[in-house]
Design a protein around this ligand. Structure first.
Ligand code: 5RP
Length: 231
């Protein structure tokens, strides 16, 4: 197993220990979360842990269902006690870039509704400043061409329309296109998030500000470090 995957697995397994009987658990998307789902499924099968999960993508639905994790929809009566999700980048305040898996819309909805949101990641995801990883923007397909031109002009960034391996445009679980924006440096994530969100056709951005209150960072030696937002 690669060093990165050792870190991802360690973080996923420690996160599964935060889950207690009776909880409603938001379940994110991605390769790190896949380790969390495995560990959670194991606890359900071996300890009889009783929980309900709220999945953030159809991939997560399939994985959780395979392991016998009962799922419920997100409603005002089922707000998660705890959500566990991955990230593409996290700065010292635990502002995040998310969305490489294309699940950012549901991920933000579930994280925002959750009493506690914990990020799990290998140590490569910690950065001093967001932006080296392209920022995902979930947009209405009808708006793609105009938004690409507008982003180029107003934000001085050259957006890429995300494609599948087949070369067809990627379509998210919610029927949206994804634009990836290589900003390189994002100095004020909250402000950029607001400026992007007001553009007609933009449904959601991959900037998650002020949501994560803890990050479990998995290191190549299997150690897991808990990190909290810097002041
Ligand atoms: C999916 C996400 C993922 O959480 C993020 O891309 C991290 O993925 P991984 O754990 O595979 O590195 O935001 O939309």
């Amino acid at each position: 197993m690669s060093n990165v995957n050792i870190g991802k697995q360690a973080a996923g397994e420690v996160a599964a220990k935060l889950v207690h009987d009776g909880m409603i658990v938001g379940i994110g998307t991605g390769s790190t979360v896949a380790y969390f789902i495995e560990a959670l499924g194991w606890r359900i099968q071996t300890e009889g842990l009783k929980i309900h999960g709220i999945p953030t993508s159809e991939t997560t639905v399939a994985h959780a269902t395979r392991l016998g994790i009962p799922l419920v929809p997100l409603t005002p009566q089922t707000c998660p006690d705890l959500t566990i999700d991955g990230a593409d980048e996290a700065n010292p305040k635990l502002d995040l870039i998310k969305g490489a898996g294309g699940a950012l819309v549901r991920e933000k909805l579930v994280a925002a509704a959750s009493a506690e949101f914990v990020v799990i990641a290998d140590s490569s995801k910690r950065v001093a400043q967001l932006g080296a990883f392209p920022l995902s923007l979930a947009v209405v397909p009808f708006a793609v061409a105009n938004l690409m031109a507008q982003l180029k002009e107003e934000f001085e960034v050259a957006p890429h329309l995300r494609l599948k391996a087949s070369g067809e445009p990627f379509v998210s679980d919610d029927g949206l296109s994804i634009l990836d924006l290589p900003f390189e440096r994002i100095q004020r994530p909250a402000i950029l998030d607001k400026r992007l969100k007001i553009l007609p056709g933009v449904v959601e951005t991959g900037i998650f500000v002020g949501l994560a209150k803890r990050m479990l960072v998995g290191h190549p030696d299997g150690r897991v470090e808990a990190v909290y937002p810097a002041e």
